[in-house]
Design a protein around this ligand. Structure first.
Ligand SMILES: [Zn+2]
Length: 431
């Protein structure tokens, strides 16, 4: 069993463009770690309003002065060529070259990640420093890329539960030569799948589907090919940016009152006290958009370590979408902490049943040994009563925690004690 960080070191520099040999190679390697089903959709196939792109390969690319001095080479870094760039071979004026040369908006020494999957153009990516040094009248550009029929691939790991109601965990794998976005989410997802697979204790209620795919088109391809599963998707979580040094950020789904939203928001309070939450589309946009969209409407949240919500104007993390997003900015410790947060969220989700009262009236607490003395612990006393009066068969544990602005775990402690005493029971449907 390879550690998350070792997998990152092994796979990060592959040219994992959306439909490419590098993407397939990374997915096949991951399939050696966890039993995985591979779904394939051929290039050109319609998927709802989309179409699967061709396989793209960059065989070689470089920029040279007219006297043959090489200024950049694709062989040195996969980010030097715009993902899905058209081929090009010729002399260009400095002016024309600059129109096709992309630099990072904030990091002068970094190569930016630029993709043009659906608007055809040629392009190279360089550091601001290199671009500023271009003083010649003309340059020679060579980009040898090919577009050919291939197949988009989605890896699926299924951990079966007692119910066919599914919980979906998604991570994308299509960011060439970068780590935090997006390989970190992939390795954490697979580590969570492994942990659930070995899980001891009560059997899982939900069936868990882990999807590893190219961003956006991979989700659309999977969903459009598995429409029959959509009504059975009770919720989901998208994962990425889990190795950098920021607290966890939980982004809500399109349906902020859904059970996954209530459950995860309440659970995060104790899983990462420094963590923060924000509404749909306010922290980071990814594949959860496809699951939350019209005609699908699966409440899918997202977990990342984005440093601040979008409105702050800050990037998700300093090295975002650049050649500085390397294994150096992630640690095994932070990946493991994120894995534990995801497992904690799933544990809460598995416990999130309706709490049904087997009692009438107010419980005679002293008689059951659960009395909390209000003189010694006024807060505990108040909480116990606030929770007990909400145990009425119409509220889940998450509903109770949300109403009282408690952590899921704090509400769970009380209701599981009541259950031990036979005062309440749990039900997957309202009673
Ligand atoms: Zn990205």
């Amino acid at each position: 069993m390879t550690s998350m960080l070792d997998l990152i070191h092994e796979l990060w520099f592959l040219k994992r463009d959306i439909v490419s040999d590098g993407f397939d190679q990374a997915l096949y390697r991951l399939a050696e770690e966890v039993p995985m089903t591979l779904h394939e959709v051929p290039s050109g196939e319609p998927c709802w309003t989309w179409r699967v792109p061709e396989k793209w390969t960059c065989h070689a690319a470089y920029l040279e002065t007219l006297d043959g001095r090489r200024l950049l080479d694709y062989a040195d870094h996969p980010l030097h060529v715009v993902s899905y760039s058209l081929p090009f071979d010729g002399e260009v004026t400095r002016e024309e070259l600059l129109r096709h040369l992309h630099v990072h908006p904030r990091l002068p020494e970094a190569i930016p990640f630029v993709f043009k999957y659906y608007e055809r153009d040629w392009g190279l990516c360089v550091s601001q420093t290199l671009r500023d040094g271009l003083k010649d009248e003309a340059y020679r550009v060579v980009i040898r890329t090919t577009f050919e029929p291939g197949s988009l691939k989605v890896g699926e790991v299924v951990i079966p539960g007692q119910s066919d109601q599914a919980f979906v965990v998604v991570a994308h794998l299509c960011h060439p030569a970068m780590v935090n976005d997006d390989l970190s989410g992939v390795v954490v997802a697979l580590e969570v799948a492994r942990a659930l697979g070995k899980h001891a204790g009560p059997p899982l209620q939900y069936t868990y589907r882990f999807l590893i795919l190219p961003e956006t088109i991979g989700s659309v391809a999977y969903l459009s090919r598995h429409e029959e599963l959509i009504p059975k998707m009770a919720g989901g979580l998208f994962l990425e940016m889990l190795g950098n040094d920021s607290p966890h950020a939980l982004q809500g789904s399109f349906q902020p009152d859904s059970q996954p939203d209530r459950c995860f928001n309440a659970a995060l309070r104790s899983l990462d006290p420094q963590g923060y939450a924000g509404p749909y589309r306010t922290i980071i946009d990814n594949d959860e958009r496809q699951f939350n969209a019209p005609g699908v409407r699966v409440p899918m949240l997202s977990l990342s370590r984005v440093q601040a919500p979008k409105a702050s104007g800050l990037p998700p993390y300093p090295q975002y979408h650049s050649s500085l997003d390397t294994p150096e900015i992630v640690t095994q410790e932070r990946l493991e902490a994120s894995r534990d947060v995801v497992l904690g969220l799933i544990q809460a989700w598995e416990r999130n049943q309706y709490v049904v009262n087997n009692f009438k009236g107010e419980i005679f607490c002293s008689g059951y040994g659960i009395w909390i003395d209000y003189r010694l612990n006024p807060e505990g006393h108040r909480r116990l009563f606030e929770i007990m009066e909400r145990c009425d068969g119409s509220r889940t544990v998450a509903d109770i925690a949300a109403e009282l602005e408690l952590s899921f775990q704090a509400a769970w402690e009380v209701v599981s004690l009541l259950e031990e005493k036979g005062l309440v029971s749990f039900s997957w449907i309202p009673v």
